[in-house]
Design a protein around this ligand. Structure first.
Ligand SMILES: NC(=O)c1ccc[n+]([C@@H]2O[C@H](COP(=O)([O-])OP(=O)(O)OC[C@H]3O[C@@H](n4cnc5c(N)ncnc54)[C@H](O)[C@@H]3O)[C@@H](O)[C@H]2O)c1
Length: 267
C-alpha cells in the first residue's frame, strides 16, 4: 500500500544538515515533497540531494517565514506538514551558554535571550506563519529535547526554551484540533551533530582528565554513561517518529511528547 505521505508537501526548518536533514530523508523515502530551510545560501548549496529543495529563511522571523511559505504554496499548491527543527545555536552554535560554564547565576540577559530566540521563537514564528496554509489532516511536529523534561543545570536557557516548545505543542494542539490539524513533539536524546562538537570541547576545557580524548570519544563516554539502551540516537531515529506523527496512522494522536533517547529520560 502506498504511503499516506506520498506527494504531501513537508517543510522542515533548520534542516540543511544534522537532525533536520535526517528527518528530510525519511520523508523523501515516503514519497513526500520535501523543502528544507536554513540560515544561509552556503548551507543550502551544500545539500547533497536532488530530491530535497532548499530555501534560505530565518525560522525565528515570522515575516520571512510567511514570504517563504507563500512561495512554497504558490509552487506546490499546498502545505501539509511543518517540522519545527531549527535550533540549538544559530549560524555558529558558539553561543556563550554552550561554550562556557553556564548557570542561571552567571548568565547574561543577552545569552538567555539568544537561546530563547534560537530554540523557542523559531517554533513559534514558523508555526504562526504556516498555520493559515495547513488543512485538515495536516500536522506540525516540534523538535524539543530531553533538556525540556527536567532540570538542565548546564544549559538552563536551552532547557527553558525547549520546555517552552513542549508547552507550545500542547497549546497549538488545542488551538488547531477544531480544524483537524495535529501538533506533536519529539524530544531527541544524544546525537552526534555540531552542538555536541561544541559541548565536548567545553567539557575538555573544564576537565583536564579528558584532554587526551577526542571530542567524539568524550561524546561516546557521555552516551555510554547516560543511555540505558547503550547507544547514541541517529537523525533517522528522529525522522522515523516524525514520519509516523505526520501519517494517517497517527490520525488520533495530538499534543503528545515522545522522547527518542534510548531511555535517558526515565533513568
Ligand atoms: N544533537 C542533539 O543531541 C540534540 C538533542 C536534542 C535536541 N536537539 C534538537 O534538534 C534540532 C536540530 O539540532 P542538530 O543537532 O541537528 O543541530 P545542527 O546544528 O546540526 O542543525 C541545526 C540547523 O538549524 C539551523 N538553524 C539554527 N537557527 C536557525 C534559524 N533561526 N532559522 C533557520 N535555521 C536555523 C542551523 O544553521 C543548523 O543548520 C535542534 O532543535 C536541537 O535543539 C538536538
Amino acid at each position: 500500500m502506498a504511503s499516506t505521505l506520498k506527494d504531501k508537501v513537508v517543510l522542515i526548518t533548520g534542516a540543511a544538515r544534522g537532525i533536520g536533514m535526517g528527518i528530510a530523508e525519511c520523508f523523501v523515502a515516503e514519497g513526500a515533497r520535501v523543502i528544507v530551510t536554513d540560515l544561509s545560501q552556503e548551507l543550502i548549496d551544500a545539500i547533497d540531494s536532488d530530491q530535497i529543495i532548499g530555501m534560505v529563511g530565518d525560522a525565528a522571523n515570522q515575516y520571512e517565514m510567511k514570504e517563504l511559505i507563500a512561495q512554497v504554496v504558490a509552487h506546490y499548491g499546498r502545505l501539509d506538514v511543518l517540522v519545527n527543527n531549527a535550533g540549538i545555536g544559530g549560524p555558529t552554535a558558539d553561543f556563550s551558554e554552550m561554550a562556557t560554564d553556564s548557570a542561571v547565576s552567571n548568565m547574561s540577559d543577552a545569552s538567555w535571550d539568544e537561546q530563547l530566540v534560537a530554540n523557542l521563537r523559531t517554533a513559534f514564528s514558523s508555526s504562526a506563519a504556516a498555520i493559515s496554509h495547513l488543512q485538515s489532516g495536516g500536522s506540525i511536529i516540534n523538535i524539543a529535547s530531553i533538556a525540556a523534561l527536567g532540570p538542565t543545570t548546564t544549559l538552563p536557557a536551552y532547557g527553558a526554551a525547549k520546555a517552552g516548545v513542549v508547552h507550545l505543542t500542547t497549546t497549538l494542539a488545542m488551538e488547531l484540533a477544531p480544524r483537524g490539524i495535529r501538533v506533536n513533539c519529539i524530544c531527541p536524546g544524544l546525537l552526534w551533530t555540531r552542538a555536541w562538537e561544541i559541548l565536548t570541547t567545553n567539557m575538555k576545557n573544564k576537565q583536564p582528565e579528558l584532554a587526551n580524548m577526542s571530542n567524539r570519544e568524550v561524546f561516546e563516554m557521555v552516551v555510554a554513561d547516560a543511555t540505558p539502551l547503550g547507544g547514541e540516537q541517529t537523525p533517522e531515529d528522529i525522522g522515523n517518529l516524525a514520519v509516523f506523527y505526520a501519517s494517517d496512522k497517527a490520525r488520533m494522536i495530538t499534543g503528545q511528547v515522545v522522547a527518542v533517547d534510548g531511555g535517558i529520560s526515565v533513568k
